[in-house]
Ligand binder design. Sequence first.
Ligand SMILES: [Zn+2]
Length: 221
Amino acid sequence: MDFEDFLQDLSSLEVISKDNHKISIKLKGIPLQYSNALRRVCLNGVPVFAIDTVDIIENSSVLPDEGLAHRLGLIPIKTDLSRFNEPAKCDCKSEAGCSNCKVMLVLDSGDADTTRTVVSSELSSEDDSIKPISDKVPIVQLAPGQRIKVECYARLGQGTEHAKWNSANISTLTETDKEDERILTVESTGALTPEEIVLAGVEEVSNRLNDFKAMIGQIKE
Ligand SMILES: [Zn+2]
């Protein structure tokens, strides 16, 4: 059976269990190579948002600018795939990006009165749907009188480029005792729902196979 035939019938994805973070799906009659491709794409091939560039306006904390930018990049960001494009695939064709491929988040801690931890809830996004998945991610500790003020730009990316764009924490394939039947388990970072990851993963595998076929076609000509 071809991966594309399997795509015709998404009902062949039998959901065994799911909650907000994790989904387990039975893959039946799908060749191992396709099942494994889907597992890998669910891990790092489905685009999610992460902060990519940071303009540091003020940083009097003890954390160097690079460290601060790195910490901001690792905060999982809620992602809406229906409204945004990956920059390379965006119609704007611009390095600067546009409102369809880039979202600005700003954070100004103000001068700290006491020693305190700046957390992700202090990031304010220009787009309500693109913001940290949790309010409680610690970013940096400030001593009295210290302050950070930053402008961050988040964009869609894939985990193959940098792990901060991984769509899942865990993506595993386990054999069952039945022939040609495996269980795919995907645990989301929270950027997307587990179902969104699997559905986008199926589409991505299919696109890659089509691109590959087209490439082979060109070589033959
Ligand atoms: Zn754009």
